[in-house]
Write a protein that binds this ligand. Sequence first.
Ligand code: MIC
Ligand code: SF4
Length: 639
Amino acid sequence: MKLTLTEKLIKSRLVDGEMVKGREIGLKIDQTLTQDSTGTMAYLQLEAMGVDQVKTRRSVAYIDHNMLQEGFENPDDHKYIQTVANKHGIYFSRPGNGICHQVHLERFAEPGCTLLGSDSHTPTCGGIGMLAMGAGGLDVAVAMGGGAYYITMPEIVNVKLSGKLTKPFVTAKDIILEVLRLLSVKGGVGKVIEYTGEGVKTLSVPERATITNMGAELGATASVFPSDANTREFLEAQGRGEVFVELIPDEGCVYDQTIEIDLGRLEPLCAAPHSPDNVMKVSDAANIKVDQVAIGSCTNGSYADLMNAAAILRGGTVHPDVSLVISPGSKQVLTMLAQNGALADMIAAGARILESGCGPCIGMGQAPATNAVSLRTFNRNFKGRCGTDSAEVYLVSPETAAVSALTGYMTDPRTISKEISFAPPSKFEVCDNMIIPPSKTPEQVEVVRGPNIKPFPLGSPLEARVAKKALIKVGDNITTDHIMPSNAKLLPYRSNIPYLAEFCLTPCDENFPSRAKEHGGGIIVGGENYGQGSSREHAALAPLYLGVKAVIAKSFARIHKANLINSGIIPLTFKNPDDYEKIGLLDELVIEDAVSQLKGGGAITVKYPGGRVETNLDVSPKELDMLLGGGKINMMRKI
Ligand code: MIC
Ligand code: SF4
């Protein structure tokens, strides 16, 4: 049988189930990554599971998100992660070494392997031919303990690229924005996006990684590129040529869906507020006055991205009304920019250089002014994520960003006269001195726990009858940034669920936490694609802490649904989406004979004051056990 690349990758790591679309499959995980804002919880769970040494081939703990140290909380979390990693066989990437996805691509990613990360942009490493997926911290902890990772056998979408980009001003960012325009933020749910066609050969690994990175915004399980001559070149330039293997789909393999994009016809694009799929041409947005420009992130923080930005800025001055901030993706990138003078060009032009980390992308500083327009090379422009509710964030390429920083207006980079050309280096600057290997004498390592680290909540076994109020009713595409907001003020509390719960769903309704407490918990009612965005399991743990028993939505985003199940919260979908209209705030919702209804599988009847609505419970037998037992940790404790 002819196989797609995705099928080949899955087949080589399949440990449970069959490769039949829609069925649950278990995959062996070779590598894991965590970052600090989800990592504390993942390692607390790893400890709770009693895992002594990780069973993966390579596990890495990164510190890249919570970099501002305004109080003791963030550095305490860093210390905890460093010591727990040291004890359990995990490599530790120190703060300053860079963003997990960028560093992992540079230093650890291996074509043909599986990678599971407690961050939704883990699929970035699909750019090198890995099957890389994001998950909640608990699933990553299980993988570190040697357990399989379970997904639904995906549909496979072929994005066939022909032609080549009109470089340097039409870029990989514009390719993924075009895919987002075509498929939307929920178009990738349950799917893997596989890139094929002649156009693939024209894209370097970092360009491919920009595209696979934002596959997360499609809701896709993963995105993959073949591993070919460009992959070999990248790995050799990173001094890691030995891990190269060629990986391509079989000639004549069959895809579930095919989309064709002629790269030669693309133009610079942007995603307008407040969604990554709200895509328009930069030329149509030209002349929007810009207040802030931010260049960097795991999407566009590569050496090539910043070299192009520096070349555009060279000799110019950032417009007086604009604040330009640049956060290089990694220490490797920053070092190379420093060595070749590009950093000096940026500084001379007036750029404010931040350390290598997520920074403004996760609201860790650089919040725009009231009503400001911010152009960002990042991947998410959800309302309020930047730290300012009234700000308007546009997602653009580094080239569009740099040109606009000089002009003060959204500017199509093709309209400037400057010539820029970038050739990928034959050697990257390799120095892994900020990556600490785990201890050879783990029994002597003491794990340091600061006072900010609080126990995480556990679910309780499902009761025979669930009778709870509808605590909130929200619309479509609610993000985990709505459910569990993250910013410089809240990120320090990622290991303190009771504190975070006070902010749960407050961007939608500031009274949600108090209402949940007043009614002893309840049920959330949502629209389409509920829980899109981040992998943070805090968006399930905070509702769990507040007593939420179920979410009834029109549809769910993949990782959030898994996190709800792991927490023992029942994810139900309306059989008839119009029934959403029938339920009102504070309606009493009742699931009679909950245990037997759930065991019966499939359809679950929910009573509401005006009658009853039919819902679906689409879970695997293992997931059903988790729901009955009050969550994954409880289930694992029983084993
Ligand atoms: C994000 O981009 O939203 C984050 C912050 O990286 C999250 C992880 C988190 O919430 O800690 C993600 O994408 O999963
Ligand atoms: Fe960090 Fe932003 Fe990437 Fe999330 S999307 S990992 S916050 S750079």
